[in-house]
Write a protein that binds this ligand. Structure first.
Ligand code: GLV
Ligand code: MG
Length: 312
């Protein structure tokens, strides 16, 4: 192991992240009683420009009226991008009026670390001015060619940054990829055309202690397509995936929860290796396969998530 280590900055259960347009209070109320681990109240792309200000007011009211933590949820707000004139007021109003209720701000279309620096500086000042004892976290959407080209630098931002999300729809647009489909596979491509991008983002996250989260899958009438995408993201190391429709929450929770068989196997690996160690051996065998200290590290990852689910 290198002498340089970046442990996970913040453990949060984030198997399913339900996107809710803050322009729709009925959907906000429904989201609060959903089975999602995480909710993001959207002020950005799901809200039309004439509705932006009302959405901001709804968002602040929902943060103040609903006890999201008591409902077992992490609540996040997706602010507008730094290239809009909505963004500064999103940060100022949400943080001044509900900054001790919101858990994270999700910053869209992050292109360079300086984008996060600006948001961090603003929330630092507002928390100080208001005397909040809480500290809001930051999450960044990697969804432009610029953001992906700089993903390693963005992941090293430090500060309050705790997760990166892959925004496949804007990424496809920014790359001018031949599709108008959100997150689906292009049959012209031999495999998954998003593989390289997600793998790069996950690597940047894991190198610098952030949680990697996979973004939307637009076809909510295709649960199998959703699950296949979620499984590919999980195989690469993502901890969860967005749900753009309530029906996708259960699918994400299923895919990103270790099965009983996986948990049992993880425990057996740890037990076998303990027994081997007591006999002075570093490696052992389990069900005809070699296991060693790396197996123990993989097994512990399974148990960390299983324990977080059990505690939720
Ligand atoms: C999410 O914002 C996306 O663009 O996919
Ligand atoms: Mg987007």
């Amino acid at each position: 192991m290198s002498h340089t280590l970046h442990p996970l900055k913040k453990q949060r259960l984030q198997r399913s992240e339900l996107a809710v347009p803050a322009s729709n209070p009925v959907m906000i109320d429904k989201a609060a009683s959903s089975a999602a681990d995480y909710i993001f109240l959207d002020l950005e792309d799901a809200v039309a420009p004439p509705e932006k200000e009302q959405a901001r007011r709804n968002c602040i009211q929902a943060l103040n009226d609903i006890d999201w933590a008591a409902k077992g949820k992490t609540v996040s707000v997706r602010i507008n991008g730094l290239d809009t004139h909505y963004m500064y007021r999103d940060v100022v109003d949400v943080m001044e009026q509900a900054g001790d209720k919101v858990h994270t701000l999700l910053v869209p279309k992050v292109g360079v670390p300086g984008d996060l620096y600006m948001v961090e500086a603003m929330v630092n000042q507002i928390e100080m001015a208001k005397g909040f004892q809480t500290r809001v976290g930051l999450e960044a959407l990697i969804e432009t060619a610029l953001g992906m080209a700089n993903v390693e630098a963005i992941a090293q931002f430090g500060g309050r940054l705790e997760a990166l999300h892959f925004g496949v729809a804007d990424f496809a647009a920014s790359m001018r990829a031949r599709t108008t489909n959100i997150g689906g596979l292009n049959p012209a491509y031999p495999g998954d055309q998003w593989h390289a991008a997600i793998a790069r983002m996950v690597t940047a996250c894991r190198a610098y202690g952030l949680r990697p989260i996979d973004g939307p899958f637009g076809d909510f009438s295709d649960p199998e397509g959703y699950k296949a995408g979620a499984r590919r993201a999980a195989a690469l190391g993502c901890e969860g995936k967005w749900a753009i429709h309530p029906s996708q929450v259960a699918l994400a929770n299923e895919v990103f929860s270790p099965t009983d068989a996986e948990v049992t196997k993880a425990r057996r690996i740890i037990e076998e290796l303990k027994a081997a160690e007591a006999q002075g051996k570093g490696a052992a065998s389990l069900d005809g396969k070699m296991i060693d200290a790396a197996s123990e590290r993989m097994a512990k990852n399974v148990l960390v998530i299983a324990e977080a689910i059990a505690a939720a």
